[in-house]
Design a protein around this ligand. Sequence first.
Ligand SMILES: C=CC1=C(C)c2cc3[nH]c(cc4nc(cc5[nH]c(cc1n2)c(C)c5CCC(=O)O)C(CCC(=O)O)=C4C)c(C)c3C=C
Ligand SMILES: [Fe+2]
Ligand SMILES: [Fe+2]
Length: 393
Amino acid sequence: MDLPAQTVPAPAASASRKRLAVVLLNLGGPDAPESIRPFLVNLFTDPAILRVPGFIRPWLGRLIAWRRTRPATENYAILGGKSPLLELTIAQGQALEALLNKDGLNADSVEEVKCFTAMRYWHPMSDETAAAVKAWGPDEVILLPLYPQYSTTTTGSSALAWIKAAARAKLEVPTTIICCFHSHPGFASSTAEIVRGAWDKARSELDPAIPLRVLFSAHGLPESIVKAGDPYQWQVEQTVAGVVARLDLPDLDHVVCFQSRVTPQKWIGPSTEDELERAGHDKVAVLVVPIAFTSEHSETLVELDVEYREEAEKLHVPGYFRAPAQNSHPGFIGALADLVRHGRTSNRTLCSFAGPRQCPKNHKDCPHAALIGRLEAMPGTPVERTARARTAA
Ligand SMILES: C=CC1=C(C)c2cc3[nH]c(cc4nc(cc5[nH]c(cc1n2)c(C)c5CCC(=O)O)C(CCC(=O)O)=C4C)c(C)c3C=C
Ligand SMILES: [Fe+2]
Ligand SMILES: [Fe+2]
């Protein structure tokens, strides 16, 4: 596969010039119709996603992927047979790289920053990217998930995949993992700016007599994963509270809901579809805000823009509007730059937007409780080396 953003010249070693590789972690999406099935197989055979005994997983995962291929193919056909996620993630990386190189990271040191992309379920995946990062020869690596809220199924899974790939590539440099930024002030403000713009536009198009309700719609999760201790739902609620506080819309009618249920188990709710039904019943228009995706992809462009819009019409919802995802919004890229700066100076292997653990104790799958030990115990990995160096210091 051609990876223009990651084919980089070999390092021109210089003692005074430090190199920082920022690896953007994202989910990935098929790049052609024939990639849809193998992409889904990668997704459904991930132990973080399909929590069944290991000997059943390859069979069951393939079966679920096979069943999902048809609806997924129909969805991706609307987008020309592929996901836009890679292009949008590369664009975010380019904007972040330009900003970090322009503004610098520390007043007292001159550094060169390069952004790379590692996708979890489709190319470029961690092994390819770890090799590209190694070839560039950084002094330090920062892993930056494009998921604001931590879930074992997303950031947790990607971080583990990266650490294993980095060990295979013998990429032995200090590595910091930014685990979440659900309540980062810059992230909340830039999201509020986007939502406020969409709100003002919707209001200007809507009959003033019709009330408008904001549906903050996040990707759902099976309830069993949340009950097992995954902090994702709690973190989504924190994001929404932070964004609403910055909207300057007193008494805003809003709700947090969850979309994209793809397995038969019980998923967390309320579902976005149920909220559309309630809006139809209450005769209020809706502004749907994707709150757990930072770029457009199949679930915003197809599920929100096509399927739920049609559903809203059927349910006689008197108006349907959708706020865009962050993509390369300057405020959002500024927030990512701040996370990188903070991660570098935190002196932590695992760093939230504010440094230490943010999740209340009952979320036992918070990475500060559940992931850090596993990462540090992986022999020969960059994280283990960072941990040892930090312990020694
Ligand atoms: C916050 C983000 C996400 C969480 C949490 C998440 C959990 C999760 N996802 C599935 C199954 C599928 N997800 C699919 C696509 C997809 N998922 C996310 C994000 C989260 N997933 C994104 C950004 C994308 C889109 C990629 C793209 O198309 O550009 C898909 C494939 C599409 C489809 O078939 O509709 C599946 C399947 C599960 C089971 C799960 C938690 C257990
Ligand atoms: Fe998903
Ligand atoms: Fe946490």
